[in-house]
Design a protein around this ligand. Structure first.
Ligand code: GDP
Length: 304
């Protein structure tokens, strides 16, 4: 089941401290176990520590009779802390594109992400979302070094019947983005989705290439795609891309296969940027708007 590990960590905690009859040492021991379990479920250490400390604070000094139930307090504390972290505003891409287009310019989104995380599939899903909303986006294949990358995007472009702008092999990726934006402007297209190269995030040439694309394309939105299944790697990528290039939002892919569940929390904590969509499968419809309340209710075992 999706997010199984995070859900069971929290339900174990709630079960163990259902009644206020624990000594402080017992409480500390339970919370320490929870801390380790949260980290195993891909919750970043600092966030896990903040959550257990908050739970402890909410219980210590609580004026309730020994033996009375306190599980609601634990759940409420976790809910409040998680929502404080995850509520970072929403981006309604279609409305944003609509208003930019009314001013006469296309809405430009540049996508970043390490190879294999699901970036190309995610771009295709976003293209599908725009098409369904009545906008035909232009795809820009600005990964000019990996031949396969352009071909992969071309397959999606033809399936979705959307134009694709690509460059010669080895051409300047920033010029491909520029050409796509000019093409959109001259023909009245409202949306440009720019794919970029995805070599390792520790590659400084890659970061310079990305910075140049951003300087040239002046995107309205810089989106990082990460893979939910990669845990601390996803966090490291988020931190690095945000520090080097600056990102505005994150899409977490492969959530449908994520039994741990904590990556979403950790990438937000590492960057302060919102998760806006979740990839939940391999087909074009498998993209969900990320709703922090639903996510938190799910991991706390509450009805959504
Ligand atoms: P890229 O190298 O980052 O462009 O990654 P791709 O878009 O080629 O995706 C890599 C693999 O992940 C492909 O097999 C995709 O079908 C798969 N994939 C992408 N997004 C999702 C998702 O949300 N869920 C699942 N289960 N698989 C996905």
């Amino acid at each position: 089941m999706v997010f199984e590990l995070l859900r069971s960590t929290i339900s174990n905690l709630v079960d163990k401290i259902k009644y206020r009859s624990l000594s402080e040492e017992e409480l500390d021991r339970i919370l320490n176990d929870t801390l380790l379990d949260l980290v195993s479920a891909d919750v970043a250490y600092e966030v896990a520590e903040h959550l257990v400390t908050s739970v402890k604070r909410s219980l210590v000094g609580l004026k309730v009779e020994r033996g009375s139930r306190v599980d609601q307090i634990v759940v409420d504390t976790l809910r409040k802390k998680l929502l404080e972290l995850l509520n970072r505003g929403q981006f309604d891409l279609v409305s944003l594109a609509k208003s930019k287009c009314l001013k006469g310019d296309p809405y430009v989104i540049v996508f970043f992400g390490v190879n294999g995380v699901g970036k190309t599939t995610t771009i295709a899903k976003i293209a599908y979302l725009f098409k369904r909303s009545g906008f035909t986006p232009i795809l820009a294949a600005a990964d000019t070094f990996r031949a396969g990358a352009q071909e992969q995007l071309e397959v999606h472009a033809s399936r979705l019947s959307v134009p694709l702008i690509k460059g010669r092999y080895g051409a300047d990726p920033a010029s491909v983005a520029h050409d796509a934006i000019e093409y959109a402007k001259s023909r009245g297209f409202c949306v440009v989705l720019v794919d970029t190269a995805g070599r390792m995030h520790v590659d400084s040439d890659l970061m310079n290439e990305m910075k140049k694309i951003v300087r040239v394309a002046k995107p309205d939105l810089r989106v990082l795609v990460v893979d939910a299944l990669t845990g601390s790697d996803a966090v490291e990528q988020a931190r690095r891309f945000n520090e080097e290039i600056g990102i505005d939002a994150i899409i977490v892919a492969k959530v449908d296969a994520d039994v741990k569940g904590g990556s979403i929390i950790s990438v937000v904590a590492a960057t302060g940027k919102p998760v806006i969509y979740l990839g939940v499968g391999q087909s074009y419809e498998d993209l969900e708007v990320f709703n922090p309340v639903d996510y938190v209710n799910t991991i706390l075992g509450l009805k959504t």
